[in-house]
Write a protein that binds this ligand. Structure first.
Ligand code: 0X9
Ligand code: ZN
Length: 300
């Protein structure tokens, strides 16, 4: 049974997904989008109350692109847990389907447990250093800003766009899957709701829509524990950084509701939020997902 009083290893995450698919076969479909560099399964769940004509819009959520941002997979797992195992949330499945991929960078994530708690990148070997920043590896304005060509950098963009199998697996899944209307990618930390573009100081066409929706999401999240988010484009709020998954979701896959959600920080380094704080963060963030679901159901 999943309790949210501790962080889970990658294998435990996959075991939970498999258990849900077995226990709730009418609601949960388990899919593997491929393997990581070190051959770990990248598994997602599709959560649906059943088909509809016309087909329901799909909200795609991922987490763990950056290995050390442990709160992100926990938030994704809580979303899955609440959608599937809490009957009082069944209304959230009425008008939208959900696809949740909680561990995009399993090799890096496992290395934060066994080697270096602050590891960020993948674990593919270079000539002198390991790893590529998967959030600089996507092929949209690749390497134009905020990315490094030095393989030892934490923001190393890779030898070429999509050099990393993890980024290719996510790209291929997003490109082939019908009806994805929203892409939400969970990171930490800073309490930011970031919309495109992130490759430079340019706003996406529907930035006003995303700004307004972001404020509604912030209101819902803050109603739980008072946690407030800053809303804006990635470049305006943080910095220009090209090759991230959010920009590719919009520019490459054509999804027009796209956010990077920078969850709250804590601990000694910001990424090491104590396990005792998981419950508070996952519960407040879930209120934000409800707002996204409501919006997508009514507007897409
Ligand atoms: O720098 C990143 O990849 C993200 N921040 S983090 O601290 N989690 O590393 C922000 C990415 C925002 N999106 C784009 N720049 N496209
Ligand atoms: Zn991140």
């Amino acid at each position: 049974k999943i309790t949210f009083d501790q962080y889970l290893r990658h294998a435990e995450i996959n075991a939970y997904l498999a258990q849900l698919a077995k226990d709730y076969p009418d609601t949960v479909i388990l899919e593997t989008i491929g393997q990581s560099y070190e051959k770990r399964d990248m598994n997602l769940v599709r959560i649906s109350s059943g088909p509809r004509d016309p087909p329901k819009p799909v909200i795609f959520v991922d987490a763990g692109i950056h290995a050390r941002e442990w709160i992100a997979p926990a938030v994704a797992l809580y979303l899955i847990n609440q959608l599937v195992e809490n009957p009082s949330n069944s209304n959230l499945l009425e008008a939208v389907d959900w696809i949740v991929l909680p561990s995009v960078n399993p090799d890096g994530y496992e290395f934060t447990w066994t080697g270096d708690r602050l590891w960020r990148k993948t674990r593919s070997p270079g000539t002198v250093c390991f790893g590529c920043d998967p959030n600089r590896n996507f092929g949209f304005h690749w390497m134009e800003a905020g990315a490094s060509s030095w393989e030892c950098s934490d923001t190393y963009a890779g030898k070429e766009a999509f050099s990393e199998v993890e980024a290719r697996n996510l790209r291929d899944y997003l490109a082939k899957t019908a009806n994805i209307k929203a892409y939400l990618t969970l990171h930490s930390y800073g309490q930011y709701l970031l919309y495109p573009w992130g490759y430079g100081d340019v706003l996406c066409d529907n930035w006003k829509e995303l700004d307004d929706l972001g404020h509604k999401v912030d209101d819902a999240i803050s109603s739980v524990n008072g946690t407030r988010y800053t809303i804006g484009s990635s470049t305006q709020v943080l910095y220009a950084a090209a090759g991230a998954s959010d920009d590719w979701a919009m520019g490459g896959a054509g999804i027009d509701i796209v956010y990077t959600i920078e969850l709250p920080g804590g601990g000694n380094y910001g990424f090491d939020l104590p396990a005792s704080r998981i419950k508070g963060v996952v519960a407040e963030t879930f209120e934000g997902f409800k707002v996204f679901a409501d919006y997508v159901a009514k507007n897409r």
